[in-house]
Design a binder for this molecule. Sequence first.
Ligand SMILES: C[S@@+](CC[C@H](N)C(=O)[O-])C[C@H]1O[C@@H](n2cnc3c(N)ncnc32)[C@H](O)[C@@H]1O
Length: 311
Amino acid sequence: MCPHIDRLGGIAYDVCQKRGSMTSVEVRLRPESISEFEEMIALYALDGVEIVNPNDPIYDDPHWNEEERPIKPAGEPHALLYGAVEVIQSVLSDLTHLMVSWKEVETEEVDWMKKWAEGFTGIAVGETLFIHPPWVAPADNKRNVTLLPGMAFGTGSHETTRLSAAALEKWIKQGDRVIDVGSGSGVLSLCAAVLGAGSVLAIENDPKTFSNAQENLSLNSFGGMIRLTEGDLLLGVEEPADMIVANILPPILIQMAPQTLSVLPVEGRIILSGILNERVAEVLQAYQEHYKLLEETSMNEWSALVLERVV
Ligand SMILES: C[S@@+](CC[C@H](N)C(=O)[O-])C[C@H]1O[C@@H](n2cnc3c(N)ncnc32)[C@H](O)[C@@H]1O
């Protein structure tokens, strides 16, 4: 029995089933390599990743309300990784150049549920959105999204998710048919729904995210309008959309560019996020033949683009 089930209100998490051939490591990171590590680590099929960077400017951002400001962690930049032994081994051999050192830690010592639960107290995004876990009350006068931190990426705290959600808030039109590519926890699908989308199709290629995403849909009264489906980007999608949102990595966004043409008509909008600032130009280039740039936003080292189809 997972020790956290009772404390978190009887919600069973995947992690409680995953012992055996799994392992956990703590990696000390080179401060100058944190962005690169963050980008690269998303390419591995890990079951848990927590990057702790006390130097992250997010902690000093003047836009926080004091009660929502995240607590600055102490110590050196490091990451905790949890996953299958062979996946962890690949990370350690491929990304050695980004690390100062690493050590194995007892899986039981890495209390993932406790870390996530404690670290996630709710986050205000854009002008009107508030993303909060079930144990934090919704905010007054906000569009609230309830989200359970789990194995899937996307609690709303990462810059790439925040940029995407803020762009959705600004550019969505009431009744839009939205496709969320790489839906992870379902956070952006839920934001689209609460912001007034007419329909939302959430596409994800990693089935390990589904239980967390399903749970998140069921926690929100408007979650029932979201259709969660397994798929590889937009391949095989036949229904048209008014807006696409995709928070993935540049090579995948570039691969998706030609696929968008069979889904998004002229005047359709697309939000692309997950782009390190220095890679904006190569993503734009892949879309420039059919799209014009409506907006480029950035937060720390991450950028997001909003494009409109013109031909
Ligand atoms: C950075 S996470 C974004 C999660 C969430 N949308 C957010 O913004 O917080 C990217 C997600 O895209 C998924 N993904 C990666 N490649 C994909 C592909 N080819 N087709 C569908 N989903 C993909 C990953 O599994 C992951 O859940």
